[in-house]
Write a protein that binds this ligand. Structure first.
Ligand code: MG
Length: 162
């Protein structure tokens, strides 16, 4: 039995914050505003995984009013989500993620992001695909006001599977 999940996240880009995507800090003059580190990539993946397992969403499990998660390194959310999925009888098969950002170019950072995400989820890097696109200057991402990410995953039900 296979299940699929999807996730989507947007964070505003502001000066004075680091830009952390897929667990990697990317040199840039703006970064993601958020209670945690604002890593839209990890948040979209966490939502996809929880969604596929029928376990709700990241906000339910890790409330953004909780001081424990202030400045939280979001790769750790993936480790925690994986534990919840394993406890619920699921195994992650693969992920595919699209990062939507006008600047900076991300291609050079993608291999490191894949490694970090794969390690957190105990997956081979080949099971963690990451793509980056712009919106050709259009909309909130195109104007450089925000970074967005969307993710899809497939899960195998090993036991009861919710
Ligand atoms: Mg988020």
């Amino acid at each position: 039995m296979i299940r699929v999940g999807t996730g989507y996240d947007v964070h505003r880009l502001v000066e004075g914050r680091p830009l952390v995507l897929g667990g990697v800090e990317i040199p840039f003059d703006k970064g993601s505003l958020g209670h945690s580190d604002g890593d839209a990539v990890c948040h979209a993946i966490a939502d996809a995984l929880l969604g596929g397992a029928g376990l709700g969403d990241i906000g339910q499990h890790f409330p953004d009013q909780d001081p424990k998660y202030a400045g939280f390194y979001s790769v750790h959310f993936l480790e925690l989500v994986r534990e919840k999925l394993v406890a619920a009888g699921f195994r992650i098969l693969n992920l595919d993620t699209t990062i939507i950002l006008q600047q900076p170019k991300l291609a050079a950072h993608v291999p490191e992001m894949r490694k970090k995400i794969a390690a957190a989820l105990q997956l081979p890097t080949g099971a963690v695909n990451l793509k980056a696109t712009t919106t050709e200057g259009l909309g909130i991402t195109g104007r450089g006001e925000a970074v967005a990410a969307q993710a899809a995953c497939s899960l195998e039900i090993l036991s009861h599977g919710g």
